[in-house]
Design a protein around this ligand. Sequence first.
Ligand code: PMP
Length: 430
Amino acid sequence: MQISKSKALFEKAKNYIPGGVNSPVRAFRAVGGDPLFIKRADGAFIYDEDDNAYIELINSWGPMILGHNNPMIREAVIKAMENGTSFGAPTAREIEIAELITTMVPSVEKVRMVNSGTEATMSAIRVARGFTGRDKFIKMEGHYHGHGDSFLISAGSGAITMGNPDSPGVTKGTAKDTLLAPYNDLEAIEKLVAANKNEIAALILEPVPGNMGLVLPKEGYLEGLRKICDREGIVLIFDEVMTGFRLAKGGAQELFGIIPDMTTLGKIIGGGLPVGAYGGRKEIMEFVSPAGPVYQAGTLSGNPIAMAAGLSMLNYLNEHPEVYTELNGIGDKIVNGFKTSLDKLGLNYTINHLGSMYSLFFTDQEVFDFASAKYSDTALFGKYFQSMLHKGVYLAPSQFESLFLSTALSDDLINKILAANEAALLEIHN
Ligand code: PMP
């Protein structure tokens, strides 16, 4: 595999962009080698500047649920652009997408559009604080909610991949209001709640975390959180930036039947354009300016091009529930194939899987929280990543990420992924 153009671009990029990239994990630090610079993507494939083709298992970190360069979304964007790119004023399309989100996501009665997942979570916490008049909130170790100051404490995703789960630049004053708990441990939450009686505004979590690799909630865990929050007057926030519109039309909350007070969304809503959103119960969302006193704004929020892409994507998902059967079927085929290969090779690695998300952890321990995710052999993951890349499969360049499947993966491509996986596992153990 020849990647000389990517290598040259990376060297040049480092002169002008910190670390040569606009988001840290893209630099491939955790897996060694140079990052690929991407020229284009179509369907199930992504192409680098040297014209190598790779089967996509990241899909822009989630949004490309129907594969890349989907003609329906492309047409919607082009059509919208003919009328101008930004007005900074209300449009009819914003109502349409807001109404659609409220019908699709069970907890959302009112919704505000923003430009990224980071903005969505920062805003949701502010609103929960305004609503309750309390300052503190609970965050789970290893969960990632974007790069807002108060979330960069024991953060997953790129923060742990780069070795900075607690980022410098976050003041002690900010950090003291973020209370940490291990995921999947209701007792830990009870202790925090008892020690901070009537001081906790919100509990935010990824209901099915994907930012320490994919981890599933234990039986009764989400239900337990719901009960504690109800009892204590704590705003329960599901960060469904990854899981929203992916695990089901209405996200993890629909799948598990647990309805949070607020939900943060992103990725798929934008159909690949920069969009985030936060929403929830009417009485909470009525605190948002100009309806209420909690300030939150955005020049490009509800941008007409992003809304057109998102509306096209969400309408399609809303009208085609069979997409989820298809996606889950693809997930099952891949994960079952991986399990067969692991058995055949006598390897006992852990695979966590739900629907169209999965992670292969290089540990034989069960992975159910941040501490157990860290048992994984990240050096071995790095070798596996490189081996898969050389076989034409593009994975997330870190152990602490989920993979995201798209409907563009045909049976033929699934078989190619399975063959690459088995060969890569063999290779890294030789
Ligand atoms: N929340 C979750 C659960 C995420 O996975 C991410 C990003 N992957 C974010 C928030 C932040 O979103 P963004 O990168 O769009 O700011």
